[in-house]
Write a protein that binds this ligand. Structure first.
Ligand code: UDP
Length: 412
């Protein structure tokens, strides 16, 4: 059985059948994805999932990685920060390293890329390959995963110049995009319902995991899973909890996150969180290893309400993951959370700890509503944010790209 067919039980036969149909005219084409790492980070994770599914659909899909000396990575890290708005150094030496490394990689990858029907170049690291492979035959698409809504201008002008010749570009959210002379597409992120973090768990496993962290499933539980980062507002979550606790004395709060100890800023936030929670044994602060996917899954499933009270958020995959567990979401009114949390339907958007507390109290006082909203949240994710939707959009994008004509370009 194809892996794709395993999703039939989750999204239904028509969705999977339509993926096979959409892919039929793409059968046998050669597609290459290029990024700068096969491990770590969201880009690698999504490629690891999508590429085997494309292969199953008969699309020959290769994954190439650009490599370089440490200086190249320093330079592209710099680009990453600059595209997200920091003022960064753009001295000639750095730009020379970037260009030279792209040129060397172009020589290595030329055979693989020049005849491909569709080439996806992810993020700025390999963006200059196109310039060094002018004999390319297929369509080239720049897939930008970074928020370039407010880039450091001199750097954006430099990068824009490199990506303008692509046939199309793809951004994750409308707010992240910039003007370019070619067609732009939006592809929102997704989660994989068959991954360890999202797969259905036996209630026994949920219980065991919660007990092992001192969480009592017979009492009300709310949780937030996040890096210990000020933008995620864990202190605001504790404030909201403290307000609700006056009315719901047996309430428990789980704040789970990882990676704080190797990040000086994260460690400072963690200390503030510990201080704010001091003396209350019903607040569980859990430091989880990077691969604690099943633990996170179980904690979310054990919760009555899930929070993501961020004050700034790109998309908020934790929101999607939480909603997929059938729980109402209390989310900060910002960024991609707004696309997922629909007031009164999948949860509540909040701006303050008091606002969050009000909504949490409402839900605990209206258990039926709590369950309904949780159910809606899960259905909303099923319809909009699963990997099958992501795959469909890649397929339609490839179909569109193949038919794209140069005359479709616009003057900026
Ligand atoms: N995550 C995790 N362990 C943690 C904290 C977060 O595995 O301790 C995961 C979380 O489940 C989600 C991702 O990291 O898949 C975070 O993505 P999100 O978009 O929510 O926020 P970001 O951290 O990228 O700002």
């Amino acid at each position: 059985m194809n892996k794709l067919d395993l999703y039939r039980d989750i999204v239904g036969n028509p969705i999977i059948d339509s993926l096979y149909q959409l892919a039929a005219p793409l059968k046998g084409i050669n597609v290459v994805h290029v990024n700068s790492t096969k491990v770590g980070g969201g880009v690698a994770e999504i490629l690891h999932k999508l590429i085997p599914l494309k292969e199953e659909l008969g699309i020959n899909t290769k994954w190439e990685v650009v490599t370089g000396e440490q200086e190249f990575y320093n330079c592209t890290k710099n680009f990453h920060n600059g595209l997200q708005g920091n003022v960064v150094s753009m001295n000639k030496k750095l730009l020379d390293i970037y260009e030279k490394t792209n040129e060397e990689n172009a020589d290595k990858l030329r055979n693989s890329l020049k005849d491909a029907d569709v080439v996806f170049i992810h993020d700025p690291q390999p963006a200059m390959l196109l310039k060094y492979i002018p004999e390319r035959k297929g369509k080239w698409i720049w897939r930008c995963h970074i928020d370039v809504s407010k880039p450091y201008r001199p750097l954006w002008n430099y990068i824009k110049n490199k990506v303008a010749d692509y046939d199309a570009s793809v951004f994750s959210l409308a707010d992240y995009a910039q003007k370019l002379p070619h067609t732009q597409y939006l592809i929102l992120p997704s989660i994989d319902p068959l991954s360890e973090k999202n797969i259905d768990l036996d209630i026994k496993e949920v219980k065991q995991t919660c007990i092992s962290y001192g969480i009592d499933l017979s009492r009300p539980i709310m949780s937030q899973i996040s890096r210990f980062d000020r933008f995620k507002d864990p202190i605001g979550v504790i404030k909201a909890y403290k307000i609700v606790k006056k009315f719901t004395p047996d309430l428990q709060l789980v704040l789970a996150g990882g990676g704080a100890t190797d990040d000086p800023e994260g460690e400072a936030v963690l200390n503030e969180v510990r201080e704010a929670a001091y003396g209350d044994s019903d607040i569980k602060i859990l430091l989880l290893p990077a691969d604690a996917h099943r633990t996170i899954n179980a904690i979310q499933r054990g919760s009555d309400i899930i929070l993501q009270k961020s004050v700034k958020e790109g998309f908020g995959l934790t929101v999607t993951e939480g909603m997929w567990k059938g729980k109402p979401m209390i989310g900060g009114d910002t960024g991609g959370i707004r696309l997922q949390v629909i007031n009164h339907h999948t949860g509540y958007l909040v701006n303050t700890p008091e606002g969050a507390a009000l909504r949490i109290r409402y839900l605990f006082n209206h258990k039926k509503r709590m369950l309904e909203i949780g159910k809606n949240a899960k259905e909303f994710v099923r319809e909009n944010f699963l990997i099958t939707r992501h795959l469909r959009e890649y397929l339609t994008l490839m179909l569109a790209a193949i038919h794209y004509q140069d005359k479709d370009r616009i003057e900026l």
